[in-house]
Design a protein around this ligand. Sequence first.
Ligand code: XUL
Length: 529
Amino acid sequence: MAIYLGLDSSTQSVTATAVEIDAIHDGRRAILFERSFRYDDTLPHYGTQHGVLRSSDPRTVHAPPRMWSEALDRIMSDLVREIDIDWSRLRAISGSAQQHGSVYVNGRAHQRLGALDPSQPLADQLQDVFSRGTSPIWMDSSTTSQCAAIEAALGGPRAVARLTGSRAFERFTGPQIRKFAEEEPDAYAATDRVHLVSSWLASLLTGAHAAIDPGDGSGMNLMDLAMKQWSAEAVRATAPDLDAKLPPLAESWTILGTLSAYWQQKYGFPAARVVAWSGDNPCSLVGTGLVREGIVAISLGTSDTIFGIMPTPRPSEDGTGHVFASPTGAYMGMSVFKNGSLARERVRDAYGMTWPAFSAALARTPAGNGGATMLPWFDPEITPLVLEPGIRRHELDAADADANVRAVVEAQMMSLALHSRWMGVKISTIYATGGASANRDVLQVMADVFDADVLQLQTGNSAALGAALRAFHADRLAGGHPLAWEDVIAEFVLPRLESRLRPQPANVATYQRLIDVYAGREREALSGA
Ligand code: XUL
């Protein structure tokens, strides 16, 4: 029985999911365990709130790369100490990480990665390798001028979208690198390698600078999406000498190496294969089983995302969405919303509610909220682009707790529906994942707004499961026994049929009217009227 491990380094927490597979007879398949901790709770010395460091400017959001590194060390140590299984059966490990965040390291990193001392904590050995102490993450929207400069150099937003899969977005790594090079040229010059969170953590596991996979590479505005290679033009338009600082790109199923001596000697892990890491959304595509076109998934996490597979890339003409390479070898379409779980939490906390009370408020209020709506831009928003945060209420009494709960959820669902129209897919079934997908009152609003059936999956953490399944896929391929993706995911990502929520016709009719009202109010707010 082989064990495959998937790690997910997300905005607020780190998760490990292991699956067990009878590889010889293709028999037993089971999710062995899922384990998680929040950075704020377990690593409080980094001073993060919800996993991030904010500044007085709401557009700037960073996180400490040493914290992500220490979290990796910590979860690996938790696994061997607290989970009583025979770890010598671990065959391969892969990972998922929040997308776009960049890790800047100097020339010392190369040697240090290859000589990590098992008698010392990992984080202590990384004190002097970061050429930028904190990393901008996907919640950062401080690079509008850099986006404009890159788009101007490459022929405009549509040209950038056709080349890289997305127009220049504030959180994407290229604009972020450009800002660093402009504002801190010396520190940029001292940077030997610019990693993504995913490739940095993979480097720590193998003990050598790891490649970036095309799935996560698509979130940089630097990769030629059709070729899955760095675009020389985009790299040149971004920052000086960047070509020498980028890790290579390698297919998502590449075996990067094996767990280095540090992990073997310190924790007794075997020399398991380390498979290229990817972004959390590309991993979730696998972990929700969307390996063929037709179904979409909605992940309700720190960010809310909607995504589905695309056999060939069709970039969003209106500039809202993204096309990413999928770790299955195809492509994926996606739209991303920053005001996800933290916005739901803000409303819950503003009215002193628990989650059950939040659900009860949803259950006792009518679909459509009597026409009351909220534009839920607690933080600057990605989709649609809102740089000045602020919530806006229409016909909504701020003192009415129940109506505000319904308003935030309806706004999120209507925005997901409006801003995924560019994908041109008639959505009839949605797989729901992410923390808030456990809330069936929220999912009923989703079903009614989209006029689609909504199904829950066996696990809420599809990113970590997707990483574990990618490790399985790559291990079989490397061993000369490739499996079709349907066979990789079989039994692991079955939607729970008993969980099916169906749209209620009367509510669907209500939302078909309200979504136009919502779109109008959104347009008005965006035009500053
Ligand atoms: C994707 C995005 C977010 C992060 C969150 O483009 O910005 O979904 O990946 O982890």
